[in-house]
Design a protein around this ligand. Structure first.
Ligand code: OAD
Length: 240
């Protein structure tokens, strides 16, 4: 690794937060193993039974509020602080561990657990408290129109214009802790590669879209990513 990268994009998934004690989605004890996606994570489910969907996300909040970033999140912050090129984080995670680690330039394409969006006026409410069908929008004051700001299946991802631009201009694309089965995020590596980026995948195991990655670093992100970041920072110093 000898290149001075100008634009680095890091795509993170649930696996980066596993070492912070948070369940991933598709592991044997994962979130989707205990719940039917169509009951809690589709726009139809929310329209059918908003109380149930609110309860599901409200129940997740205390654990996500308590969770602390791990060595992988901290390594990314170190890279952002120490590297000359721009480092952007595109995360599928609804937790706020990148923020807690002090990272910047974070795009939560699947939303955030600590936000609700008003379906009437689009206002985003930031809160770790419960949001219910009774919650009024603080902006337009309409009752019962707040939806968890989580992107449900059947909805558009957030920040896609910005992310598309970042993917096309990046020269290093790093995927960390994602199974690569949920599109469009699973296809980001293809866009980055098509536009000339070097591509690295960090995962504990092989994934289904690993074909597009130039390099695979197997292991727990909390161990592998800090080493990689150290190498990147040192390679930059060596080139000066
Ligand atoms: P998954 O649960 O599908 O995949 C987690 C990945 O992390 C797996 O490939 C694991 O092998 C890997 N992994 C686990 N622990 C790890 C560790 N310590 N270090 C490195 N890798 C590790 O989670 P996502 O890919 O994030 O969408 O799932 C994508 C989307 O599917 C989620 O954002 C969610 C879900 O449906 C929405 O809710 C919209």
């Amino acid at each position: 690794m000898k290149k001075n990268y100008q634009n680095i994009v890091i795509l993170s998934g649930a696996g980066i937060s596993a070492e912070s004690g948070l369940a991933t989605f598709r592991s044997s004890n994962g979130l989707w193993n205990n719940h039917r996606v169509e009951d809690v994570a589709t726009i139809e489910a929310f329209q059918r039974n908003p109380e149930y969907v609110h309860d599901f996300y409200n129940e997740m909040k205390p654990e996500l509020l308590r969770a602390q970033p791990n060595a992988a999140h901290r390594a990314i912050t170190e890279l952002q602080k120490g590297y000359k090129g721009k480092v952007s984080i595109v995360t599928q995670n609804v937790d706020t561990l990148h923020e807690k680690a002090g990272s910047k330039n974070i795009y939560h394409i699947h939303g955030q657990i600590n936000q609700a969006v008003c379906l009437n006026c689009g206002h985003i409410l930031e809160t770790w408290s419960d949001v219910t069908t009774e919650t009024a929008c603080p902006h337009c004051e309409t009752n019962g129109m707040m939806k968890p700001n989580i992107v449900f299946f059947g909805e558009n991802l957030l920040y896609m214009n910005e992310v598309d631009r970042l993917l096309k201009e990046c020269d290093l694309f790093i995927s960390v802790g994602t199974s690569g089965v949920v599109y469009p995020a699973a296809g980001f590596v293809q866009i980055a590669k098509l536009h000339g980026a070097d591509t690295y995948e960090f995962n504990r195991e092989e994934t289904s879209n690993n074909y597009y990655f130039d390099h695979h670093i197997f292991g727990s992100a909390g161990s592998t990513l800090p080493i990689f970041v150290k190498e990147l920072l040192e390679s930059q110093k060596a080139e000066i």
